[in-house]
Design a protein around this ligand. Structure first.
Ligand code: ZN
Length: 133
């Protein structure tokens, strides 16, 4: 099955955008009941992660602490001026793989999939690859 792509428009410089419903819709439309769903971003200053969907302060805390770990200004050499975004992208990772069971993404009740924006606002592409089996 070919990968499916959709676009996410981030609205802030640093942001975690919940993309779970869009990914689930692609899984549903694929008709695959059991398999693996891989979600990836073809970008060097964005990432994909899975974390809590219930308390929005969790996302806020993740963004805040990542900002402390990798400050925007720190005598970086990268000439484009967004070294911190590149570092955060690598720390979070560019993909997640989620088990599909009975046509549903096997996420915990408190888990959602997030596109992590580290140098927005921008248009971002998300690629979804579904492997049946
Ligand atoms: Zn750069």
């Amino acid at each position: 099955m070919k990968s499916v792509e959709f676009e996410v428009r981030s609205s802030k410089h640093t942001q975690m955008v919940d993309i779970t419903e869009k990914v689930q819709r692609i899984v549903t439309e694929s008709g695959v009941e059991d398999g693996i769903c891989m979600v990836s971003v073809p970008h060097t200053t964005a990432a994909v992660t899975i974390n809590e969907n219930a308390d929005p302060d969790v996302v806020r805390d993740i963004i805040k602490e990542m900002g402390k770990m990798v400050p925007w200004e720190d005598d970086y050499r990268h000439i484009e001026g967004n070294a911190a975004a590149h570092i955060k992208s690598s720390l979070m990772g560019y993909s997640e793989s989620i088990i599909i069971e009975d046509g549903r993404l096997m996420l915990g009740i408190w888990q959602d999939i997030y596109l992590c924006e580290y140098d927005g606002p921008r248009r971002r592409r998300v690629k979804v690859k579904i492997i049946e089996g």
